[in-house]
Ligand binder design. Sequence first.
Ligand SMILES: [Zn+2]
Length: 392
Amino acid sequence: MASRSDSTFSPASRTMLERLVAFPTVSRDGNLELIDYVRSYLQGFGIASELTFDDERRKANLFATIGPEDRGGICLSGHTDVVPVDGQDWSVPPFAVTEREGRLHGRGACDMKGFLAAVLGLVPEFLEQNLRIPIHLALSYDEEVGCLGVRRLLARLAEREVKPAACIVGEPTGMTPVTGHKGKLSMRCHVHGLECHSAIAPTGVNAVEYAAELIVRLRRMAAARRTGGPFDLAYDPPYTTIHTGVVQGGTALNIVPRDCRFDFEFRYLPADDPGRLLAEVTDFAARELLPQMRAVSPDAGFRFEEIAAFPGLAMTDDDPVTRQVMELTGAERTGRVSFGTEAGLFQAAGIPTIVCGPGQIAQAHKPDEFIEIDQLARCEGFLRRLADRIAG
Ligand SMILES: [Zn+2]
């Protein structure tokens, strides 16, 4: 089946990686130059791209189809944005590719321009194949800040008569097919109390203290899941985790604080229901805390605001796309990961999706981020076998 060895990474893909890394597509700064570059690259092969923009038109997703347009096909998907390098101690220029001992260093080399470079570098080879079913390319923006961009791309796909029959998201998994990841719900809670001189504290409503009660409640919920489950041993940690990460409140010790806000998150197993988890918190606030607060001040209360959310991914091992990716990678097992990806959103949009890409997540988001050339070569081998399989 494998007509070529997996041991080399083609010069075309290598050049493509150098081009992609050179665009400093930090999420906050936009990605249009990179998208323009990819669009004209594809145009050079006669492949049209459809772009979907953010509200300010500073960022875009790109969707393109190679092969017949009238049937499902397989989508190869990745995000174009990268995390910042601010405050990180890099020993190589972050927005260039530097080779050292079989590794290519650069921001995004691993997460996840390496995968995109392999896909784009192989476009001429895909075109030489007489593809029976199409290969779609989906490049997104703002993945690193809550999987925001891809939602617009998926909304556009939903309007089409034909959408991809399956999708592979090339986030770094060491080329292991990953069938599941946790979902995430991030929330901000605003606590509104009543300020007064701290010498007469009982006549006020202490927003910091009511926030603390709610934070302790979240901590108890986390402990209950740690000891009582539900569990899925394929994950590490094998249960839903809950944590509070930021608290802000109060102005001076001699003032009973009027306002406090805190941010918390649920990273839940696909089997868990984020709505029910959140209801546990809001019900406790409404039932146990609010009456005490309102007894002092009718204006006191809580406001909950969603910061970010993406669904988990839960594919089965006997799904056709899982089996196909296992065969083409030669993997004997599938894996689950604790980091989030766009794959859950693809699955929620009715497109069966697997996460499988070169590199390891441990190398992402760090100074001197790198990808092993060997991983890129394995990824190319996988993509060539995929194209061989779906060729006429
Ligand atoms: Zn990523």
